[in-house]
Design a binder for this molecule. Structure first.
Ligand SMILES: Cc1ncc(COP(=O)(O)O)c(C=O)c1O
Length: 424
């Protein structure tokens, strides 16, 4: 039995009052709070072993390199990826956005003929197709839309059901023999809906397309195994999984990482560099990690991964499901509509809602005045909001430190919104 109250006690930031009320943090889909173990890991790194990794013969460099690679292995374990030397499947990035842009840029480079014969599987040309879903965060939508513009490939998308789930009933129509890339979110950052990705991956592979998963909103909340899911690439951010900002990870099947040309160029990614002919790049993951790496953040992200595994991903999932059930009661309030599935099935504790007649910013301020932190805006998912006939919404989202009482506090506060703004 996991003591979630004790876990909450590991987050010093939560122990404060906001506007005279105990802080209720329900904005973990934007960024999670950090436990002491993670905060200490970053500070300890600077106090004891700070040095650049993978170069330098001195002892601190050796220790920081070891800590960096151990962190990579912990993160790999969290998502079921390979970590053995020479078989690494985890690339360090600056975050999910950086990882997705890395892929789109690398595919663009392959389309220009870079990366030789092996990279041809990533090359796009007019007549080819890139497929995303309407549920995507802008950090999937825009890099792959730009890739389509750059290469002349057609840009297509899988639409949503009425309650905001990615459709799977028309995949054969949308994903065709011309489709080369399919990029889909694992969990909608607005709807909280878990995408039924198995049939999408199956269809993508049946037509020979590469499948990319946006795992930003799944890795922090669900047990995820990229090998079992058979995804080709996946990107996510450390800061949403109780780790630091400024760092994220890109998973790639080893054989695909080996075939993928680099996207960023500079130090630490090149074996041989010349003035008068082409450089010879290193094997993955170094090939994709140009420049000085965010070492302390990676080390702390490794601690976050370990910390989550110690609690148990199944336990985290089950705990947050109880909070989701409570948050979904927002939909029982007169004049409040939930943007996403109403039932607590195949979803996480991310619940976006619209309050009829009250601007989302006014709602956010009213809720904030009671010490409750929720999100306001389009959550970088404008097409999702258009699907619901809106431009913006409010979003409550859970983390492992939330209690059912936190969700109740929000639901109680929400009951007073329309009366306060005199639209009832
Ligand atoms: C589903 C999803 N994808 C991608 C991102 C982008 O993550 P980051 O801003 O950390 O790069 C987010 C963050 O909000 C997200 O929720």
């Amino acid at each position: 039995m996991v003591d979630f109250e004790a876990i909450r006690g590991e987050f010093p930031i939560l122990d404060q009052r906001i506007h005279g009320h105990p802080l209720v943090y329900l904005d973990s889909a934007a960024t999670s709070q950090k436990p002491n173990a993670v905060i200490d890991a970053e500070a300890d790194f600077y106090r004891t072993i700070n040095a650049g990794v993978h170069r330098g013969a001195h002892e601190l460099a050796a220790r920081s390199t070891m800590a960096f690679e151990e962190a990579r292995a912990k993160v790999a374990k969290l998502v079921g990826a390979n970590a053995a030397e020479g078989e690494e499947e985890i690339v360090v990035t600056g975050g999910a956005t950086a990882g997705l842009n890395l892929l789109a840029t690398a595919f663009g480079n392959a389309s220009l003929g870079r990366g030789g014969e092996a990279a041809k599987r990533f090359a796009l040309k007019p007549g080819d197709e890139i497929v995303v879903s309407r549920a995507e965060h802008h950090s999937v939508l825009l890099p792959f839309q730009e890739l389509a513009y750059r290469t002349g490939a057609a840009f297509k998308w899988i639409d949503l059901t009425e309650d905001g789930r990615v459709r799977t009933d028309n995949l054969d129509e949308v994903i065709t023999e011309r489709t080369k890339v399919v990029a889909v979110t694992h969990v909608g950052n607005t709807t909280g809906a878990i995408t039924d990705i198995a049939p999408i991956i199956k269809r993508a592979h049946a037509v020979g397309a590469v499948f990319i998963l946006d795992a930003c909103q799944s890795v922090p909340h669900l047990k995820v195994d990229f090998h079992a899911l058979d995804v080709d690439f996946a990107a996510w951010s450390a800061h949403k999984m109780y780790g630091p900002t400024g760092v994220g990870f890109l998973y790639g099947k080893r054989e695909l990482l080996e075939a993928l040309p680099p996207a960023n160029f500079g130090g630490s990614m090149v074996e041989l560099a010349y003035m008068d002919h082409e450089a010879q790049y290193m094997a993955p993951p170094a090939r994709f990690e140009a420049g000085t790496q965010p070492v302390s953040q990676v080390v702390a992200a490794g601690v976050a991964a370990e910390w989550m595994m110690n609690i148990g991903l199944e336990n985290i999932e089950a705990h947050e499901r109880t909070i989701a059930a409570e948050l979904l009661k927002l939909g029982d309030i007169d004049g409040i509509r939930i943007l996403g599935p109403r039932e607590n099935v195949n979803r996480i504790g991310t619940v976006a809602f619209d309050v009829k007649g009250v601007h989302p910013h006014d709602v956010g301020q009213y809720i904030d005045a009671q010490g409750i932190a929720i999100r306001v805006g389009h959550h970088c998912a404008q097409p999702v909001h258009r699907h619901f006939g809106l431009y913006a919404s409010n979003r409550a989202s859970s983390g492992v430190y939330n209690s059912v009482e936190d969700a109740q506090t929000l639901v109680e506060a929400a009951q007073g919104i329309r009366k306060f703004f005199e639209v009832e």
